[in-house]
Write a protein of this length. Sequence first.
Length: 118
Amino acid sequence: MRIPILKLHNYLLVSIQTEIDDNTAIQFQEDLLSKIHKSGSSGVVIDLTSVDIIDSYIAKVLGDVVTMSDLMGAKVVLTGIQPAVAMTLIDLGIHLRNVPTALDLEQGLITLQQELGE
């Protein structure tokens, strides 16, 4: 199963609507990086509202996606992080200190525009 990645102006929007398995996570990572490269997008909003739990591998892939996107010139904003997901990330030592977060997709877009100075 592929996670849809939508383009809105110079941004990419991702809303993860299902639990993620390892294969889906790797496919998402490849798809997102490819889309950033092809579109030249300057920012990505990843909405995790529907994700209730994540395991250590998915958490690592998510952290890697943020780092890789940044290396490609695209700022990432995470939205809708559920309490259990936040606790898992911290428990696993994945500290996304420089990653802006927002409560929902709308606030995520506003935060992304502010981060990019647009």
